[in-house]
Design a protein around this ligand. Structure first.
Ligand SMILES: Cc1cc2nc3c(=O)[nH]c(=O)nc-3n(C[C@H](O)[C@H](O)[C@H](O)COP(=O)(O)OP(=O)(O)OC[C@H]3O[C@@H](n4cnc5c(N)ncnc54)[C@H](O)[C@@H]3O)c2cc1C
Length: 425
């Protein structure tokens, strides 16, 4: 049996960041197990010009240790691209280069093991360790163990029930968009559903194709494309959110959606404007306040969406050749967690109770800890999915695991005050 202090499952940005910060802590032995043989970061939406939402400071380490050897700036210097990046005068890395940065980090960390899929996780009461059954890409089976686990298995594409009436040939999730361009190009009309950043980026790409003589485009969304306050992603707000009553937290989660970046909206506007003097192009239709309630196919095999215009209560049908569901992602509920689920303490909605340090509350018979960065949105708010919060969360986890302050956490993070007002004081 191979023993480590920590087994981190999944090597997306969050667990890679954990491995990066742990690499400078001498007495912490972490193994990061990634199922895929190579690192990819949302490949189906990797548009050449798309940028990450924040600046390069939202890399894996800088917001807790800007001098770290695995910062984005260190990567640029190593690739000798520091100067071109500086002269570009825009501080948001493209998503393509952010993916390349992730690979660069992984290649410098012996703790990251690609092609290692965790198939089962158990608590061994005799050893007082979690044991992980791991399948390597070459077919070898390994048994690994650790006192603490960090689950960084990410999310999975979500398609709402209202689209269940569509066959696979008429429906593509936005996560697969760039892998399904043959279907896009072969359609007469493509309809995007969803008002988040993915929906906007797909709509932008479709309008570009439309200008080149591509299909008609409809973008239907429930809400206007506005964003929330960036301070909801600060550690101060996270601590405030974590202390709120359960019902209020769930209410706020429904209200606090990350909107579309102003740059993407302005790019779409610019393209629509440039269509004005180009006759003969297929139609482009942008509609908000629309909820898709059900879906089916007509006798010709086209997709038919049963829609509601929420401001007026009007119901209408929308026909299209292909639907791109930019309907978001849901927490993964990994199969390998089966034997562990009995130990998780849950809230009234059946979600795990997650402490402020991101560990799940477990049955007292289990002396190890499971940290759940893949499933702490309900306890820590919208920051949970934010790259910029990742370094702070990982530093918090490392401090909790080692029982000392390996990393000093930033305290001055928000201008709004999130302390609960005291009566009479
Ligand atoms: C298109 C897109 C763009 C985004 N851009 C931004 C942005 O600019 N800024 C921002 O703040 N946030 C952004 N996000 C949100 C968030 O930062 C990302 O979703 C981020 O990838 C989450 O990282 P993660 O480590 O949790 O999971 P993931 O990146 O999903 O990685 C999880 C990993 O776990 C592995 N895994 C799963 N099961 C197993 C198993 N059994 N054994 C071993 N490995 C396993 C998977 O193969 C995967 O590699 C974006 C999200 C999307 C969808």
């Amino acid at each position: 049996m191979i023993e480590h202090d920590v087994l981190a499952i999944g090597a997306g940005p969050f667990n890679l960041g954990l491995a990066a910060l742990a690499s400078t802590v001498d007495d912490l032995n972490v193994a990061v197990l990634e199922a895929q043989p190579e690192l990819r970061w949302h490949a189906g939406l990797l548009f050449a010009d798309a940028t990450i939402r924040g600046s390069f400071l939202t890399d894996l380490v800088s917001l807790v240790d800007p001098t770290h050897r695995l910062s984005f700036l260190a990567y640029l210097a190593d690739a000798d691209r520091l100067y071109p990046f500086y002269l570009r005068d825009r501080f948001r890395p493209t998503r393509l280069e952010f993916e390349d940065y992730l690979r660069w980090v992984a290649s410098r960390l012996p703790s990251v093991r690609l092609a290692h899929r965790v198939e089962a996780l158990r608590w061994d009461t005799r050893l007082e360790r979690f044991t992980a059954h791991v399948m390597r890409g070459d077919g070898t089976r390994l048994l690994m163990c650790a006192k603490d686990i960090v689950l960084g298995v990410g999310t999975e594409p979500y398609v709402p029930e209202a689209l269940a009436g569509l066959p696979g040939t008429r429906l593509v999730h936005s996560a697969e968009y760039l892998h399904r361009l043959d279907r896009v190009d072969g359609a007469g009309r493509v309809t995007v559903i969803g008002s988040g950043q993915s929906g906007a980026e797909v709509a932008l790409d479709l309008v570009r194709r439309n200008l080149d003589g591509g299909p008609a485009v409809s973008w239907l969304s429930r809400s206007a494309h506005t964003g929330g306050s960036p301070e909801t992603c600060t550690p101060e707000y996270v601590a405030y959110f974590h202390a709120l009553p359960e019902d209020r937290r769930y209410e706020l989660l429904r209200e606090q959606r990350r909107g579309v970046t102003p740059g993407t909206l302005s790019d779409i506007h610019e393209l629509l404007y440039s269509r004005e003097l180009q006759p003969g192009l297929s139609e482009v239709e942008l509609r908000t306040e629309v909820v898709v309630r059900a879906s089916t196919v007509d006798t010709a095999g086209r997709a038919v969406l049963d829609c509601l215009h929420t401001d007026t209560g009007t119901r209408f049908q929308h026909r299209t050749d292909l639907v791109i569901a930019a309907t978001g992602y849901r927490e993964r509920s990994p199969h390998f967690m089966g034997p562990i689920r009995q130990y998780l303490r849950r809230d009234t909605r059946g979600r795990p109770h997650v402490r402020l340090d991101h560990s799940a509350e477990l049955d007292p018979r289990v002396s190890g800890r499971i940290f759940v960065p893949h499933a702490d949105g309900h306890s820590h708010g919208t920051a949970a999915a934010d790259l910029g919060y990742g370094a702070v969360r990982n530093a918090t986890i490392i401090n909790a695991i080692t029982g000392r302050e390996c990393y000093r956490l930033p305290k001055n993070t928000a201008y709004r005050s999130y302390r609960i007002p005291q009566n009479g004081g």
